[in-house]
Design a protein around this ligand. Structure first.
Ligand code: TXA
Ligand code: MG
Length: 319
């Protein structure tokens, strides 16, 4: 007898084998997955997300050993990082083998590989004989989904199945790194912190991408963006600046809901815990965006650990 979860994974396997899309849970955010080796299936991802074809996709693999199936000339450090941090929120940019379609990598000669950490998706990947290309399961440029309901709200009717694995445990996307000589560069801040990476790769530095940096064409400055105008700064001052307006507040710890003008206040972590704040960030932004406010205001969090990734997302979301 199959368990309910077993049946759900079977359904995802069947659809993916037929070239269809399935939304998959990961520890970071929900992905919109298809067979990475099937260009038609991959094309559907771009269509459903309304994503420009110059923005490459991450390829999800079941284990460290699968790196060599899709990448060549892999530096020793890449294996070391994978063995330490996989399954987990780390994507490695490596020279691409030709079995990965051009469309997946937007024509770049590299491919982004990651073994995600979620029991359902690992089970799924282990049952498939192909890897899964999967961007975050949101319309291009909008806030990434951290629950199955977020995916449903935005993509219902556009894909046949969402594999519900509960709320994401990390809450921000994977950290993306590339290799240049002996150095490791972080192209996108994410769930794995600079501090943790440096324990294995002491020569690890930030080289964050913007639309003008061709290494990762997708890291556009304006991203993760709510529909409402969103401003960052000192919350007290911003409340004064927008007096007379209906204000939504995104704060780390402090409660502003009693202040005149504040209609909604989402607090990321009452204890100021940055891991908790990361988990809550995207849902909080969605709650604020769905409220009847004129403007959303927020504040940066301490720029350490996963706080760096939170601040990066806040910056890209701001008007
Ligand atoms: O946590 C995550 O990484 C999630 C989950 C679903 O795994 N995925 C995700 O995918 O955030 P997406 O498509 O929203 O962001 C992936 C980014 C792209 O914007 C692109 O900049 C970068 O990864 N990327 C992918 N392949 C690349 C490559 N070959 N070279 C440089 N950057 C690449
Ligand atoms: Mg995304």
């Amino acid at each position: 007898m199959k368990t309910e979860i077993g049946k759900q994974v079977d359904k995802a396997v069947a659809l993916l084998c037929a070239g269809e899309l399935v939304s998959i849970p990961t520890e970071t955010v929900y992905g919109l997955a298809a067979n990475a080796l099937n260009p038609n299936a991959v094309f559907t991802i771009f269509k459903v997300k309304d994503r420009p074809s110059f923005d490459p996709l991450i390829v999800h693999i079941p284990k460290v050993d699968a790196i060599d199936l899709y990448a060549h000339s892999v530096p020793r450090m890449a294996y070391d990082l994978a063995m330490t941090f996989w399954p987990g929120p780390l994507t490695l940019i490596l020279p691409r083998k030709s079995n990965i379609p051009d469309l997946v990598s937007s024509g770049l000669d590299t491919v982004g590989l990651r073994q995600p950490s979620h029991p359902l998706t690992l089970e799924l990947l282990n049952q498939l004989d192909f890897p899964l290309a999967a961007p975050s399961a949101n319309p291009f440029g909008y806030i990434s989904p951290t629950t199955a309901l977020h995916v449903f709200d935005q993509l219902q009717g556009k894909l046949p199945y969402i594999l519900d694995g509960g709320p994401c445990r990390v809450g921000v996307e994977s950290t993306i790194v590339g290799f240049e000589g002996d150095e490791v560069f972080i192209y996108r801040l994410g769930g794995l912190t600079l501090e943790e990476l440096r324990k294995v790769a002491p020569h690890c530095y930030l080289k964050l991408n913007t639309s003008s940096n061709p290494v990762a064409p997708g890291m556009l400055k304006s991203h993760y963006a709510p529909q409402h105008p969103f401003y960052l700064g000192h919350i007290g001052k911003l409340i004064e600046q927008f007096s007379g307006k209906r204000i939504g507040v995104l704060s780390l710890q402090k409660n502003y809901s009693d202040i005149k003008g504040v209609k909604v206040n989402e607090i990321l972590s009452k204890d100021g815990n940055l891991d908790e704040a990361a988990v809550k960030l995207f849902s909080a932004m969605r709650v604020l965006d769905a409220s009847s406010v004129d403007v959303i205001i927020g504040e940066f969090v301490p720029d350490v650990g996963i706080g760096r990734a939170i601040n990066d997302r806040l910056n890209r979301a701001a008007s």
